[in-house]
Design a protein around this ligand. Structure first.
Ligand code: AKG
Ligand code: FE2
Length: 344
């Protein structure tokens, strides 16, 4: 039995051999065409990262305050069904090396749904819809702004507020305001990579890339229970995601390394270690030019849940997602510290 995983049949895939991928600082790309911008959005920080090789990222650090992120982690783990998908490609049997679950469907109009879908799409749970709406709004705001705003007490500019949203997750009690330790003001006291001058007002939006208005319809969750759980190098560049797809990817719970490498230029590599509450948005040419992975680790790592938001533009896309992330096997529920198959 082959336990390595080919991520998706139609995407670009490279097998990753566990920890063999090493990043040495001296091998990092030259800074010549690097621009990293920092924009505080209401009470948080986002970095626009545009680098050589069409890397185009938005890095929302500590977007979800820690306690709320931990609470959402626990809610996802205990309330959602999870799958350990197995599938066959040719004569190769693949065990997906992590738990997955999926919600949502493409926006294609069709009836009756059960005739076209291989597996009935599951509605996105309300709490996750809130996350979707929030991120759509944040991403559009950041992409439509070319401003570098450095101010201590910025007011929320989104109609969605992450604390309001997650107050549902934090159960009956009214959430206490978070300490300001995570707020933009304190982060901005530290110098960040970016243009030296900051101009608070009056700049026209950056028109060099036309980003579509963000509209997610698929919520895919990955649960990495131990360091043996992983996702091999791949890119989410399938045609059913459209051209230059935008994918938002949250980390809840434990930190894991997230590696990126350029598909052609082996000098171009990136490494992030995402923490509880972080969100990375991959957009523009990122998927067509880069691969990403969460490698296995044999050091102690805490369980991590990843929530990714994306858009399927066709029924085929939705079917593909359910095939590789829900599959045909049993649903599992997390009960008393372990995954148990659900009684059907
Ligand atoms: O867990 C992560 O951060 C990455 C997940 C991922 O790349 C995917 O589901 O396509
Ligand atoms: Fe991915």
């Amino acid at each position: 039995m082959n336990i390595s995983e080919k991520r998706r049949v139609s995407g670009s895939n490279n097998e990753v051999k566990g920890d063999e991928m090493k990043f040495r600082d001296e091998k990092r790309p030259k800074v010549s065409n690097i621009s990293t911008r920092s924009i505080p959005l209401s009470f948080k920080l986002v970095r626009k990262i545009k680098r050589q090789g069409e890397l185009d990222l938005l890095y929302f650090q500590r977007l979800i305050p820690e306690k709320l992120a931990t609470n959402l982690f626990q809610w996802c783990l205990s309330e959602l069904p999870w799958y350990r998908v197995q599938y066959t490609v040719g004569n190769r049997h693949v065990l997906t090396p992590r738990w997955t679950t999926l919600f949502g469907k493409d926006f294609t109009p069709h009836t009756p749904t059960d005739k076209v879908y291989r597996r009935k799409p599951q509605p996105i749970p309300k709490r996750l819809i809130d996350l979707v709406k929030l991120m759509e709004s944040y991403i559009d705001q950041v992409n439509n702004s070319n401003e570098i705003i450095i101010q201590k007490n910025s007011t929320p500019s989104s109609s969605h507020d992450i604390r309001t949203m997650f107050s549902r997750v934090t159960s009956k009690k009214t959430p206490k305001p978070e300490s300001t330790a995570d707020d933009t003001s304190s982060i901005l006291q530290q110098p960040l990579a970016g243009p030296p001058n900051s101009t608070p007002q009056g700049k026209a939006p950056n028109k060099s890339i036309d980003y579509d208005r963000t509209a997610f319809n698929i919520v895919l969750l990955n649960y990495y229970e131990t360091g043996s759980d992983s996702i091999s190098y791949h890119s989410d560049d399938e045609s059913f995601l459209g051209v230059n797809p935008t994918i938002a990817s949250f980390t809840l719970g434990g930190s894991r390394d997230f590696l990126m490498k350029h598909k052609v230029n082996s000098d171009l590599k990136e490494k992030f270690t995402f923490a509880n509450g972080d969100c990375l948005v991959m957009q523009g040419g990122t998927q067509s030019n880069w691969l990403h992975a969460i490698p296995k680790r044999n050091t102690a790592v805490q369980p991590r849940i990843n929530i990714t938001l994306r858009k399927s533009i066709s029924i085929e896309g939705t079917n593909n997602y359910y095939k590789f992330n829900v599959g045909d096997g049993a649903a599992y529920r997390y009960r008393q510290g372990k995954m148990v198959p659900e009684m059907s």
